[in-house]
Design a protein around this ligand. Sequence first.
Ligand SMILES: Nc1ncnc2c1ncn2[C@@H]1O[C@H](COP(=O)(O)OP(=O)(O)OP(=O)(O)O)[C@@H](O)[C@H]1O
Ligand SMILES: [Mg+2]
Length: 482
Amino acid sequence: MTDLAPPVPGAPVLIVDDEKNIRRTLRMVLESDGHVVHEAGSIAEADAVLAQHPIDLVLLDVKLGDDNGLDFLRALRSKAEDARGDADIPVVMISGHATVDDAVAATKLGAFDFMEKPLDRNRVVVTVRNGLERRRMWREVNSLRRAVDARWELLGNTPVMNDLRRQIAKVAPTRSRVLVTGESGTGKELIARAIHRNSAVAAGAFVKVNCAAIPPELIESELFGHERGAFTGAVAKKRGLFEVADGGTIFLDEIGDMALSAQAKVLRVLQTGEFTRVGGEKSLRTDCRVVAATNRELEQMVQQGTFREDLFFRLNVVPIHSPSLRERLDDVPLLAESFVHECCDENGFAKKPVDDEVMARLKTYDWPGNVRELRNVAERLVIMSDEVIRERDLPPYLGGPRSSTAASRASTAPVTAIDLGRYANKSLREFREEVESEFIRLKLAEYEWNISRTAQALGIERTNLHKKLRALGIHRGEDGTP
Ligand SMILES: Nc1ncnc2c1ncn2[C@@H]1O[C@H](COP(=O)(O)OP(=O)(O)OP(=O)(O)O)[C@@H](O)[C@H]1O
Ligand SMILES: [Mg+2]
């Protein structure tokens, strides 16, 4: 009796036994441990109790006169499966003439435990407390799982989104590789996660690899692992991400940014399912679902020779396109409400209503940064507004008031002569990058970080501007501006 779970006072427990004496004894034991006890002498009576009272645990006799307790157990379990989670009531089987067969059958059917008569008082207390503790944990796990799933839920009711959901539902249960394409911030990662959640390997891991963030010289060891001593710094053996994802899904994000040398290595594992750790000789196998994503035009890259054609075909078995927010502006109110709600929750604010005019503004904007930009705007609105989110809380490029400082900062920005002396020891490239950064920052400030307009003013494509920001390491808010 080492691990006695804490008592759960007031937990409703149901005793199903055709022997009145047994019920009475059990009732005394359980009530003295603080439980609320219900009794039933047959399956019909037990059904009636369950229909009227919430029950957290059932003590169930195997031989119930004409009834068989295992039938009731079976019925309870199938109800639990239909309801997924919360209806899962731990069942403790009781038997007078315990046979191994009964015990095995009950365990197979998912009984929590099995007790023999004559019942030992302490054993009853411990078993019931443990069963209740397990139910409490089931509930907690379920509610956490729901909260996590909600975080990754794809919202939207427009025809484009419903169509997307249909595609996901079709492809998810198969083993097919999927290539998710679409602009930045449209939800490609959510699509990949939805595919995993609805796949045959949902119980396995979802392993995300950001191919753009791993330096080319490390990517092989990240993906395939390394043996101890494979290179300087490899002080211990390490499993690679393909190995970690075995039995689950590997999500190759930003695959278009992967160096050609790494592409060749990935191709091999996709062709054969085999790979070798860096510094290792043994060929290892991995069995994982592969989902890749990119916001780049892989076909074009193939033509330019920057992406391997064979890898492209291996990955692009089922293409899924993630629609831009512009193509589904009718989803904006739903998304905005949901993000506002979430952000209020996180900050402990009462839910702030969004004024109609604000919603109208949000619905007519073209959202170059897609849902991610909308999420950021929603967050900003929640923080900057009072009880209701009004037009004046909007940033200027969305129709809010032009702040005098921002306007004057832009129009009166001094035309600084470039001090060439500063660059005396720099290369042409460094010079160009620094001046370019400065100029882009100036324009971004002028257009309040509206990427479309800034790009237009600079005379370059929006995607090109995004690329430049990344390359030059320019981030919003770095200089203290919102
Ligand atoms: N349909 C959607 N419903 C709810 N939230 C969404 C939806 N689409 C995107 N988001 C949210 O927008 C943000 C960006 O989504 P995600 O990271 O999946 O985009 P992405 O396409 O992978 O972008 P990138 O190419 O920049 O990596 C996340 O915060 C995500 O939760
Ligand atoms: Mg992404």
